[in-house]
Design a protein around this ligand. Sequence first.
Ligand SMILES: [Zn+2]
Length: 780
Amino acid sequence: MKRRDTPLFKQQSTPCLGKDMPRLFPKMSMAEVDEKVRLLAEKVYACALKEEDNKDALALFTVPEDCPIGLHEDRERALKKELAEQQSEETTKRKKTFRLKRSQSVSLQIPTCSTDWAVPVITPLFSPTAPEPSLPESFPEFQRVTISGDYCAGITVEDYEQAAHSLLKALFIREKYSKLAYHRFPRTAARFLRSAENDKWREEDEVLPDVWPVPHEGEDPYSMEGIPEDLNYEMKMKDGIVHVYDNAEALKQEQPHSLPYPDLETFAIDLSHVLAMIADGPTKTYCHRRLNFLASKFYLHEMMNEMAELKELKCVPHRDFYNVRKVDTHIHAAACMNQKHLLKFIKTTYQTEEDRVVLEKGCQKVTLKQVFNNLNMDPYDLTVDSLDVHAGRQTFHRFDKFNSKYNPVGASELREIYLKSDNFIKGEYFARIIKEVATELEESKYQHAEPRLSIYGRSASEWDGLANWFIQHKVHSPNLRWMIQVPRIYDIFMAKKLVPNFAKMLENIFLPLFEATVNPQKHKTLHVFLKYVTGFDSVDDESKHSNHMFSYKSPKPEEWITDDNPPYTYYLFYMYANIMVLNNLRKERGLNTFQFRPHCGEAGSITHLVSAFLTADNISHGLNLKKSPVLQYLYYLAQVPIAMSPLSNNSLFLQYSKNPLREFLQKGLCVSLSTDDPMQFHYTKEALMEEYAIAAQLWKLSTCDVCEIARNSVLQSGLSHQEKKHFIGPNYLEDGPDGNDIRRTNVAQIRMAYRHETLCNELSFLVDAIKADADSTIPE
Ligand SMILES: [Zn+2]
């Protein structure tokens, strides 16, 4: 391996892009909002709350396929509308312009050359007689599925335009929030959005997260040298968001350092647009039809090109499914080993150090031997059955029972000793067992994992404790990338009187990070630890119900003093807001940034997926996208990555055979496979492989399918720019076959081209609609 000559901290891991980031958060006020949108959004929210209560089968958001009478009425209505439209001269004329445009651009669906294609694909500037551009070399030949003729048949022009408007609006909103937080936004969608604004996409405007590459062999990953100087800024929590001030005077004057501090009102307005959209009839119908089309199109594509894809893969030297890179994109550190591994580890520690003091109860010191004596148990007799950490039939829809599975033999002492980082033995056993897992990953070479460690927000000292644990036990591994999970358990802390209000919990979580960013010399261990942290997760049982309805009138975190837990959206907004401001501060200092990757859509209200659409870089689970065609289509258009764990779902919320993973993959959503908790769900040493193997067997996935999932997992992960270039190809940021290196990913170029052209096609429908709309507005 080549040695790098620049020290790690000076490295800019991603190319220097996005220089002209907005330094202010564009604010809106409620007065500017269309009253209709606000009311509809509130209705959706209320309805979602109600639905949670009575689990109504006929949700407001889905087209009720299983209700023949409803379907019939629906069709009748649509027919009437179309007939009425035919009689209107105006719409006939507009429809004609659409059709003309489409017949020109259909032949040009395939992007021509990567540098300048946004223009030719979407805006058919060519005259109808212009010659068809020839395919560039990287675009493979295969049997393409195309539909010709009136492409918006079955839906009225007016409905189509309305759907296109609202879908594009949602994409613009997501792009804004992504850019501000240094989250990723795919190039294809960005190009189409620019084209909708009659602008051109530029690489310089692209905003990417900054993740540092792992230190190379021979370098000390825990080195405390070359830490940046302290700035001694002042910091204060205001309305739940940490504000930074240049000095005490600025703090007194209330003039914060220039950073984009978001506000609840603007967020609530943006959110209400997307909320209103998911219940809007025409948009719903449009998305439903497009998703059905995508599924059918893939079916045809597979039928015609499966052999060709396979042939391509057979010609790739060296690479096969076993040695493509796979990242376990969603796994909890406290359950990252399998049950057998934990059992062996417990037995080994008992055999070798039974007299070691491992606990302190009151002021009494307890040895390992005494712990087992008190439990009336001889570790020799312990089996995976008596360990009882595996989830099964008893945990289905019982998250409470599932949580207790974290206690080996049902004893919280054993969890405390073996699975915690802040116990009497300073988390030594926990670190040792994680390092054993890491060693196995390093030996397998091609597998990586992103374990979540917990920060609860009980006290401000948690961060230092965790950083010390990490450095003291040398837990870093090149195959592990760390995430921080924050459980949504304010209500528990409040009941125990650990915090006075919600703002204090946020302060405990975020203020130490701001301090370590501003004054790294004063917080050296935390500074070093943060180099290896790539993101934040928000975790807990989503089906837990909150009675509060989130809106711009929701109390500020300082005023949140009730025992009730704030709703999911409230948690997400304040986590996003603080991470976003922190990222901007860190970017200014040349430090790495963090991504927000919450658990979302595992259970509970559909509105969770709306909040994450705005605030998250990517999500875990996403099962509830099944329930909303609009959201599912939006997640597709914006290619929001989803880490799915069908084995985990099978024990908790959804039978394996009903899992939407295969359906999502076919339609082209960016899905990856992950294990969630190997301790509870898996049987073998290679939990991630188990996950792939079961999915491949049950759904008869092809090699190309599983390699596509693996490639998605690298894209979604918090690996650095350099590693991604190395693992999936130097041009991975480019979408389509241009961005794929088949020798590294083992994904057929035909598949890449199919996905890319299909996505371009869907996006161009939307942009065409609003452009045609602009063209046909004739001044009076
Ligand atoms: Zn999880």
